[in-house]
Write a protein that binds this ligand. Sequence first.
Ligand code: ATP
Length: 309
Amino acid sequence: MIEVKGLSKRFGQLQALNDVSFTVEKGQIVGFLGANGAGKTTTMDILCGCIGADAGSAIIAGHDITEQPIEAKKRLGYLPDVPPLHLEMTVDDFVSYAAKLHQVPINALNTRVNDTLQRLALTDVRHRLVGNLSKGYRQRVALAQAIVHDPEVLVLDEPTEGLDPAQIVQIRELIRSLGGKHTILLSSHILSEVQNTCDRIVIINKGRIVTQGTYDELTRDLSQGKVFRLRVARSVNDALTRVKGMSGIVHARIEDDHGADAIEFGLEKSASENAPEDVVRAVMDGGFGFRELRQKTKSLEEVFFQVTK
Ligand code: ATP
């Protein structure tokens, strides 16, 4: 489990983090989203004990990263923004070195290294120098050093950065396979990646957490009770006039992009819970032939732009 409570960090005049709090439950994968400069790397660097916070605390698997750094770091794997690679070492040597740094017992070392190389499809390049590998392979080596000691908690700063589409799919699957057993916080700019990989999403903007929840909660919450698509069997223009005249309706229009039988309507925020049912009843009573009523939700992209603008 990761618990971040009230983190604040200032760089000179710049308040990079302001009272940042969130939790990643055991076994969950949480996506950390934010525009460039929002504070993702700063948060992750504090979480992993690379830099100190001005206020607040970060707890890794029950151990405070400032008060019990050794216990916390034993349970932590970190893929930083700029991976700590030794370009002059072979892949094999580097991953073994990382395993030793993470105190993997000597009798388990070879097995752990072999398993990790296999998991990341690095076995074929194990004898090559890290510095001679392509960017995508280097990123996999960086990921290998983060998982080689089988840590309970993984913090991954843009793990698919620089990878080609096939590798992105592979790494995404790997991360998904690590979820459940491992607790994972990953940052990304790729909204579809977060949507497909993560159980929950935390969005940060200008150093503050602006929203968090599951994908469904985020896309539903911001549009709840607001916008609906209504389909009728006949006389769509008359049906539109009828809906427009009802109380609690903010707007109503023919939805051109969904065929001529669809009406989009928005409800006032204070509209009664029964308002959508009232619309359906009015459509049926008016003889327009009710076909479908569906609440329209926002995409993660729309949510992101709404909360970070
Ligand atoms: P990106 O997606 O571009 O990596 P980010 O969300 O990870 O962005 P951070 O790297 O955490 O953002 O930076 C947050 C803010 O803090 C930025 O304005 C950045 O310039 C500033 N910052 C980060 N580290 C330092 C530092 N060591 N000294 C001064 N300013 C810093």
